[in-house]
Design a protein around this ligand. Structure first.
Ligand code: ASP
Length: 298
């Protein structure tokens, strides 16, 4: 029986790992455990970039993105730019299970949530509103590289007792983003990709740069080609770096996390990202720091 594993992005990923691991130990499927982990982070108002209490966009609205993927079947679902729904990862799973589609956005996603019995909620906390008033950019964003002012996604990857993988990604996205902006997090292949035949990968950081290289799919395809999760994540960061050089911009803060069916982990990020991720170890949860890959690294 494989050793169950749960890993999640950023220090708040510890909340997700703590919620997911007991479920994996009870024999639950990887996707169920990853979803429970992600939801624990969505419910925590102290986490300012996911779910309840998330960072608002340029007009002060909290708009969430999420997706889920099951490595056994490649079943997947996502929701983008959804307002007033706290548990967007669970909503993404409903899209996967109860519609013929993969991605619902905006008002349509909110309507689907209501039809599915999700409560409509205000996602603002007084602290988040105060932060928005203090820090919001004036004037609002202009064309050019996506701004890197405050964000972070929880991406949870899990390996269950049967040796299957599942993943979930959920976020409020870039702070002060334009209304309607969709990042990598709800996009299968960008923010998340999971295939038992190759591995699981998730991303965090400036979504525009992750989408540009098809980030998570790239990482999984590297694993399919025989690279370790660590090598695959490093190659993805090198690709982000080389694209940035070609475009004449400084590489954005981007990080990748990967897990394979043997329970091997990988993680890497661009310089200055200070990317940490949580993983279960024995009875506890450990926080690890990912290597930073400089632009000129070979
Ligand atoms: N990737 C997310 C987005 O661009 C933000 C993050 O993970 O930091 O919406």
């Amino acid at each position: 029986m494989p050793q169950v594993t749960a890993t999640a992005t950023w220090p708040f990923g510890q909340i997700a790992v703590r919620a997911a691991v007991p479920l994996l130990r009870q024999g639950q499927a990887a996707l169920d455990a990853a979803l429970a982990g992600a939801q624990a982070v969505e419910d925590d108002p102290a986490v300012r970039s996911v779910g309840y209490g998330g960072i608002a966009n340029s007009i002060g609205t909290v708009s969430l993105d999420a997706c889920v993927m099951d490595g056994r079947t490649l079943n997947c679902g996502g929701v983008a730019a959804v307002e007033n729904v706290r548990h967007v990862a669970a909503l993404a799973r409903r899209v996967m299970e109860r519609t013929p589609h993969i991605l619902l956005a905006g008002e349509g996603a909110r309507l689907f949530a209501v039809q599915q019995g999700f409560p409509l909620d205000t996602l603002h906390t007084p602290e988040a509103v105060a932060q928005w008033h203090k820090e919001r950019p004036k004037p609002p964003p202009r064309p050019g590289p996506a701004q890197d002012r405050g964000h972070d996604t929880v991406t949870v990857l899990a390996l269950d007792q049967k040796g299957s993988l599942g993943g979930v990604c959920t976020t409020s996205g870039l702070s002060y983003k334009l209304p309607g902006r969709v990042g990598d997090s709800p996009l299968i292949g960008a923010g998340l990709y999971v295939d038992d035949a190759a591995g699981a990968a998730g991303a965090t950081g400036v979504g525009e740069e992750i989408i540009r290289i098809g980030g998570s799919f790239f990482v999984v395809e590297q694993m399919r080609a025989g690279r370790s999760p660590q090598e695959a994540c490093e190659l993805a960061v090198r690709k982000v770096n080389s694209v940035a050089v070609r475009r004449g911009v400084h590489p954005a803060r981007v990080a990748f996390l990967a897990l394979d069916v043997k329970g091997r982990l990988g993680a890497a990020c661009t310089t200055g990202t200070n990317f940490q991720y949580a993983v279960n170890r024995d009875a506890d949860v450990e926080l690890r720091k990912a290597p930073e890959i400089a632009v000129n690294a070979r």
